[in-house]
Design a protein around this ligand. Structure first.
Ligand code: SAM
Length: 299
């Protein structure tokens, strides 16, 4: 391993970092759930936590054992941690009732629901994810299958690398393949090694409307100092091994993320990024990178 590469040892058994409870809720999390459905509005915090834990346990087993599921990241809307002026710009883009929002890699969909509660209509919202079981788990989590979002929003199974899936996402956007006005991507780009970031970004940008002012925003594991890290997993027998092919992870800062945008679409996007100030309180992981929030606006 090169000495410039930081080694981060990850527990194989993620139960080691699994949080036992999402309690105590902060006001924003409590509101996200209680406003989602009348069924949840009547629950005490303890009852709500029990419900969330039950769905978390299923979501954790549904696909990859994501640490962010184990540690209840989804209880906290991340889109609201954007700088206020970025959030306002993104939200304003959705004032036109024809405008479309894509929450890509939405998982159980806390961010698209936050935007819905902030006035974005169900028919404007599309969630996409590799794992469709998360869509149903999201409806259970927020008890909103029979409500406007359950009836009107679209959820599309999509592996970002699958052209047929991408075409399905595109056809859920503005009519005539007009694309999306806003894309939110939470905790997605950093899942892939640096070599794939351009490809992933190229596909994400291909979903966007061509109109100036459209924007793509998100959060990713990031840092003030861009750096590659290697995640090192012990195998089941407990001995540590590095699968360099699959374990490398690149943490962006503003400059390195800008460079990827410039490579993919020279001169087309204005990007701003900032290390996020707020962390989910239930975060039980140690030694992890910070979160980098960003917004890129089409010039
Ligand atoms: C770490 S979770 C983040 C979920 C959510 N956006 C958040 O911020 O809490 C990553 C999500 O990416 C999805 N994902 C992983 N690989 C994908 C791919 N190739 N195409 C589309 N989604 C993918 C996973 O199914 C999972 O829901």
């Amino acid at each position: 391993m090169s000495s410039s590469v930081k080694r981060v040892d990850m527990p194989y058994d993620v139960t080691e970092i699994t949080a036992e409870t999402p309690l105590p809720f902060d006001d924003e999390s409590r509101q996200l759930f209680k406003q989602a459905s009348p069924l949840l509005a009547g629950l005490t915090d303890e009852e709500l936590a029990k419900h969330i834990i039950a769905v978390r346990d299923e979501a954790y087993k549904a696909s990859n054992p994501y640490p962010c599921i184990a540690t209840f990241f989804f209880v906290h809307p991340a889109v609201s941690t954007l700088q206020h002026k970025w959030y306002r710009a993104l939200r304003a883009r959705l004032n036109d009732p024809q405008a479309k929002l894509l929450d890509f890699a939405c998982c159980v969909g806390q961010d698209l629901r936050y935007l819905h509660q902030d006035g974005v209509k169900g028919h404007q919202i599309v969630g996409a994810d590799l794992e469709p079981k998360y869509f149903e788990l999201g409806q259970r989590l927020f008890a909103d299958k029979e409500l406007a979002i359950g009836r009107e929003a679209k959820f599309v199974e999509c592996d970002i690398f699958n052209a047929r899936h991408r075409a399905s996402v595109m056809s859920a956007g503005r009519p005539g393949n007009g694309g999306y006005d806003v894309i939110w991507i939470g905790f997605f780009i950093h899942l892939f090694p640096f070599e794939q970031h351009k490809e992933v970004l190229k596909y994400l940008l291909s979903f966007m409307s061509k109109a100036p002012g459209t924007c793509i925003a998100g959060r990713l594991a990031g840092t003030a100092e861009a750096q590659p890290i290697l995640r090192v997993y012990p195998d089941k027998s407990g001995s540590w091994s590095i699968d360099v092919e699959n374990a490398s992870l690149f943490l962006h800062n503003e400059d390195s993320l800008k460079a990827v945008f410039e490579d993919v679409a020279p001169g087309e996007w204005r990007l701003e990024a900032q290390v996020a100030k707020r962390w989910p309180p239930a975060l039980a992981m140690r030694d992890l990178p910070q979160m980098l929030n960003f917004i890129a606006t089409r010039k």
